[in-house]
Write a protein that binds this ligand. Structure first.
Ligand SMILES: *Cc1c(COP(=O)(O)O)cnc(C)c1O
Length: 463
């Protein structure tokens, strides 16, 4: 199994290389040369075994099955629910897939925990160390910190805007108690943190010195690992069930993982409703409108405040008949001019790939949180509520079962929950391992040379 770039200008590479690299050298996203056909899981197959079988199909001959199963067992042993992604019924033919049973209470744990195991193993084989750098406005940093805590061969450097993320989100990154996790609280905003990360990656000397990599949502292994719970949902509801997945969406990684599961034979057909907040780029793109570098609007579902959904590039690559040239032209134009039409030949096919989308306001999100509480007695997080609202107001056909992805635990967004339903959202007991340890982070100026100097001082990668 080889991986090619969506922009057609990079050498095909194997699974481990694609995973460790993140972005392809031509700026495109790695995607498998062809989709494998994978046997669907039986209802009673343990989650980590399904994960191992699916990831083995994507890994090809780079890693033995037994090794992958061992990595998956370690990754998923840390979940508080043994089925990892349990379904709970919330109405007639309506289910919620709970993806927040990981250590940091959001679905990003599912993929990140596997990636951490994979990286540490693969780097160990190569005798290498690596520095992972990421900017976070919330969930990604915590998932990465918790997953890589104690990794032998990886140091993680996380940049966040000082005093601009919620205390609950911060504690998952700063109280891991691990000496290989480093947090920088910088004076400024998230966009500035992200700009520093981009500059670090563009600086060849620093990149080499620190053996830099990222684990952001374009990493193929994240997509592959997320396709697993779409397969287990199909298995739990029965092989013949026709499912519509309703996916709260930001960078379009989770929704794309559903498409990948379907293309790999793991689902009975494919229908997906992409639920976005006021940052509605995905709804516009699926309708064939231009790629646009618009400004993001802050909302009550901050993990979805994204205007250029990075994984859309993989979908439009498929829609354009895998023509890397037209994808490169469109994204080059977007970078240069801030806007670009979709490739002509992608527009028709985009409408026939099983996706629909709708946008949900903050006011609607709050109403949905209240209604869900009244109907089921459960507190839901604002991102999940965006999905629930979209499902409620865009009813599917009679023979179709809805599965709404619950992407985070309500306790991760206590201020919003309080505002919407007037209740406190206490942290589950398992999160107390974080609140019982001291927070460790260093504050500093929003300045790239300062950040570079500190990273070189802290990294275990030797020059
Ligand atoms: C990251 C995130 C999302 C968006 O997922 P994408 O894969 O970026 O579309 C939704 N909800 C929560 C809670 C998240 O952390």
């Amino acid at each position: 199994m080889r991986y090619i770039s969506t922009r057609g200008g990079a050498e095909p590479v194997d699974f481990v290389t694609a995973s460790l690299a993140g972005l392809a050298p031509d700026g495109g996203l790695y995607t498998p040369q062809e989709f494998p056909t994978i046997d669907r899981p039986a209802q009673d197959e343990p989650y980590h075994v399904t994960a191992a079988r699916i990831l083995k199909a994507f890994a090809g001959d780079t890693i033995e099955y037994d090794i992958i199963e061992g990595l998956a067992a370690k990754a998923y042993g840390a979940f508080s629910h043994q089925s990892v992604a349990p379904l709970t019924q919330i109405g007639q033919s309506k289910w919620m897939m709970e993806l927040h049973h990981g250590p940091t209470l959001a679905f990003k744990d599912v993929a990140m925990r596997f990636i951490a195991q994979l990286y540490d193993y693969a780097l160990g084989l190569r005798g290498e160390r690596m520095t992972i750098v990421c900017a976070t406005s919330g969930d990604t940093g915590g998932a990465a910190a918790a997953a890589f805590a104690g990794a032998e061969n990886v140091d993680v450097m996380i940049l966040h805007p000082h005093n601009r993320i919620s205390p609950v989100q911060r504690v998952f990154m700063s109280a891991t108690g691990a000496s290989n996790i480093h947090n920088f609280a910088l004076e400024g905003d998230f966009d500035q943190c992200q700009a520093i990360v981009k500059e670090l990656f563009a600086d060849e000397q620093t990149k080499r010195r620190l053996n830099l990599s990222g684990v952001n949502s374009i990493n193929w292994t994240r997509i592959a690992a997320q396709s697993v719970y779409f397969a287990t949902a199909q298995a739990q509801l029965g092989a013949d069930a026709k499912i519509r997945f309703v996916v709260p969406s930001g960078n379009f990684g989770d929704a794309l993982a559903g498409y990948v599961a379907a293309r790999s034979g793991l689902l009975n057909g494919f229908e997906c409703h992409v639920a976005v907040n006021a940052n509605d780029a995905m709804a516009r793109l699926l309708a064939g409108e231009n790629l646009e570098k618009g400004k993001t609007t802050p909302t009550a579902s901050p993990a979805m405040d994204i205007q250029v959904p990075s994984n859309f590039e993989r979908l439009v690559f498929e829609a354009a008949g895998r023509d890397g040239g037209v994808i490169k032209a469109a994204y080059d134009q977007l970078a240069k001019e801030g806007s670009a039409p979709l490739p002509e030949k992608a527009i028709g096919p985009l409408g026939c790939m099983g996706f629909k989308a709708s946008s949900v306001t903050d006011a609607e999100t709050f109403v949905e949180m209240q209604k869900t509480l009244e109907e089921t007695g459960w507190q839901v997080c604002p991102h999940t509520a965006v999905g629930l609202h979209a499902a409620r107001h865009n009813p599917s056909e009679a023979d179709i079962v809805d599965v709404v992805l619950s992407t985070a635990h309500a306790a991760k967004f206590p201020e919003t929950v309080k505002k919407a339903i007037g209740q406190d959202a206490p942290l589950p007991l398992r999160a107390h391992e974080f609140t019982s340890r001291p927070e460790v982070f260093e504050t500093g100026p929003m300045d790239i040379s300062h950040v570079k100097e500190r990273m070189v001082a802290l990294s275990r990668v030797t020059a």
